[in-house]
Structure formats: C-alpha cells, structure tokens
Design a protein around this ligand. Structure first.
Ligand SMILES: CC(C)(COP(=O)(O)OP(=O)(O)OC[C@H]1O[C@@H](n2cnc3c(N)ncnc32)[C@H](O)[C@@H]1OP(=O)(O)O)[C@@H](O)C(=O)NCCC(=O)NCCS
Length: 151
C-alpha cells in the first residue's frame, strides 16, 4: 500500500465530509472544511492509501499555537497507525511555519485518539468539564511542546 499526505483541496470536500459524518455525532459540514482550505492561518492535510483519501487532519494557527481542530481516519483503514503518519506530517508542517506548541481537546473515553496523541508526545494538562455534547462528556486538554523535545 502506497501512503502519502498532501494538502486538502476542494476536490476532497465530499470525501472528507463523508468520513466526518461517519465518525462524529456532531460532524463538521462541507463549508467548515472549505473555510479551512481558504484560511491562510489553517493547514488541512489528507492522507491517501494507493491514491484514495482515507483520512484528514488540520490545525489553525491561533496566536502562535497550533490548535488541532480535526483528525479522522476512514473506519475501514483504522488500526494501521495511519493517523500517526498524518499527524506527524501535520506537526512537521506547523513546525516548518514556526509553531512550537500544539493543543487539542479529546473525549476522555476516546482511547484510540488519546493513545495516538500520547504516542506523539501530547500530555494532558487538565480536564474541561462537560465540554462535549451528544453525549455530554469531559475533554482532556492536551499539549505538545516541541521545543522541549529531547530534554
Ligand atoms: C482516533 C483515530 C484518528 C485513530 O486512528 P488510527 O490510525 O486508526 O489509529 P490506530 O488505531 O492505528 O492507533 C491509535 C492508538 O490507539 C490504540 N487503540 C486502538 N483502538 C483502541 C481501543 N479500542 N482501546 C484502546 N486503545 C486503542 C492503538 O493501539 C494505538 O495505540 P499505540 O500506538 O499505543 O499502539 C481514529 O480512530 C478515528 O478516526 N476515530 C474517529 C474520529 C476521532 O475520534 N477523531 C479524534 C477526535 S479528537
């Protein structure tokens, strides 16, 4: 299987929106992704397996901090660590643009996602109570400080 990442384009919007709808109780809409493609402060990448888009992830530069706002892998392609490749490419993109710190929220019950972020070096800095709806659930607020790598 040939794996590659590239910036999301308008042609990917239907596919990414479909993966989103399959994966979240309150999915982002097509226009949400379109806005990110057009936003200079945001980067959104897709990951392809043999030329087919099977995942997507993005961040927004919020006053010098990379806010990871969405990560999804197609159900049929989970459990193969594709999210690590995608997230590493995303973090490298942010670092190449001068970002050193990244943050995100994740449902406390979302073990695959928590494991993914921990595996990339993110650490929980606390819990945001009742952050999510449908169902109501707490979020871990996680941070990655890449400037501290190797210390
Ligand atoms: C979260 C997500 C992106 C992970 O993608 P993936 O490429 O399938 O990730 P993998 O399953 O290969 O690896 C993730 C880690 O979770 C672990 N994991 C997978 N399923 C698990 C489970 N049910 N319980 C505990 N750990 C689990 C894996 O072992 C791996 O950990 P490791 O690297 O320490 O071995 C994917 O599950 C997804 O798209 N979920 C729906 C959308 C979502 O929740 N996005 C995150 C929102 S914050």
């Amino acid at each position: 299987m040939t794996i590659s990442t590239r910036p999301m384009e308008d042609k990917d919007l239907d596919r990414v929106t479909y993966m989103e709808e399959c994966s979240f109780s309150m999915p982002w809409k097509r226009e949400d992704f379109k806005r990110l493609i057009d936003d200079e402060g945001s980067t959104y990448l897709v990951i392809e397996a043999d030329g087919e888009v099977v995942g997507a992830a993005g961040y927004t530069d919020q006053v010098g901090v990379g806010y990871i706002n969405n990560v999804v892998i197609d159900e049929g392609f989970r459990g193969r660590k594709l999210s690590y490749k995608l997230m590493k490419a995303l973090l490298d993109d942010g670092i190449s643009r001068g970002l050193t710190d990244f943050t995100l929220e994740v449902r406390v019950s979302n073990l695959p996602a928590v494991r993914l972020y921990e595996g990339l070096g993110f650490k929980s800095a606390g819990v945001r109570k009742n952050f999510y709806e449908r169902p109501v659930e707490d979020a871990y607020v996680m941070w990655l400080y890449t400037s501290q790598r190797g210390q």
